[in-house]
Design a protein around this ligand. Structure first.
Ligand code: ATP
Ligand code: MG
Length: 308
């Protein structure tokens, strides 16, 4: 179920209800792990197509030479080794919804054929001269900037316009921290075999709310499940989430990469890490140094530098 109480998510949920039954294509945009696939399913489940198939194709996971065959199928003898007719995903989603995940990864050569299929509501399997009509609602998703790709010639502008008749934008989780508590509590108690249902202590929750979640909802979900697996009581406390906040070497590298992506200066980042380590250690510098993987001397040097 699609959860959210931030203004941004309420808008998305309302939009889904409003456009689920429109037969028009929907383009879902958002960083990895923001819930794009869940939105696509919600659209299908709220539409009158809900009893017909929801078929998902991940275009990033397919070798580009196979995409056309996968989408449109082929007839016997279409190419060497094509012994029999094979239905494509368009045919298999007839009457229902076809979810084209990672549409930004669709090979250039297939874009025109996809546009034709959407506009005409028909397909031509490989090796067939016969136009076959299908009744398919297309929903596409990507984490890529399709407009930039269209400007640079990597994506057909006409296909982009056609797909984005109804755009749905999922903001990153850090931009809707109002959803974190709701989502975290949900993942803490959702029934999962062998994992006990838990609550989250206020202190731990506060940390989760202020964590930047580069992997968005998926990272939050995995983190809560990991904490549940590690916990020995029914309440998840700060220590159960230590893996998120421990400033280890690998983590530092990840944070530095993130800082670069977001244009934060390394010096600024270093100061933030230092402050965070001191805070977690209640001002105990030896403990902070241990957490940062630094010697006391080098920590002192950095604290001095920060003061100046
Ligand atoms: N609003 C939400 N409420 C409940 N669960 C959510 C929400 N958003 C995402 N999730 C959960 O987070 C996980 C990731 O979501 P999903 O697979 O839809 O993301 P995605 O945007 O398709 O990611 P990717 O780009 O990496 O494929 C899923 O387990 C999904 O159920
Ligand atoms: Mg996805």
């Amino acid at each position: 179920m699609l959860l959210g109480k931030s203004a941004a998510m309420r808008d998305v949920i309302e939009l889904i209800a409003r456009v689920a039954d429109a037969e028009l294509p929907v383009l879902i945009l958002g960083e990895s792990g923001t819930g794009k696939e869940l939105v696509a399913r919600a659209l299908h489940d709220h539409s009158s197509r809900r009893k017909s198939p929801f078929v998902a194709v991940n275009l990033a996971a397919l070798p580009s030479s196979l995409v056309e065959d996968e989408l449109f199928g082929h007839v016997a003898g279409a190419f060497t080794g094509a012994m029999s007719t094979r239905e494509g995903r368009f045919r298999r989603s007839d009457g229902g919804t076809l979810f084209l995940d990672e549409i930004g990864d669709i090979p250039a050569g297939v874009q025109a054929k996809l546009l034709r299929a959407i506009e005409r509501g028909s397909i031509e399997p490989l090796g067939s001269e016969q136009e076959e009509f299908v009744n398919v609602r297309v929903i596409a998703a990507t984490h890529r900037d399709l407009h930039a790709m269209a400007s640079s010639g990597a994506f057909r502008p006409d296909l982009l316009f056609r797909l984005s008749v109804i755009p749905v934008e999922l903001p990153p989780l850090r931009a809707r921290s109002g959803d974190i508590e709701l989502l975290a509590s949900h993942f803490a108690k959702v029934e999962i075999e062998k994992l006990r249902a838990c609550t989250i202590s206020p202190e731990a929750m506060d940390k989760l709310i202020h964590y930047p979640w580069p992997g968005n909802v998926r990272e939050l979900e995995n983190s809560v499940l990991r904490a549940r697996a590690l916990a020995s009581t029914d309440e998840l406390v700060l220590e159960n989430f230590e893996f998120l906040f421990e400033v280890r070497e690998g983590r530092s590298r990840e944070i530095a990469a993130m800082a670069l992506r977001h244009g934060i200066q390394i010096a600024e980042m270093e100061r933030a890490m230092l402050e965070e380590a001191l805070r977690i250690s209640n001002g105990n510098e030896t403990e902070a140094a241990r957490r940062l993987g630094l010697s006391r001397r080098s920590l002192d040097y950095r604290i001095d530098k920060k003061r100046n």
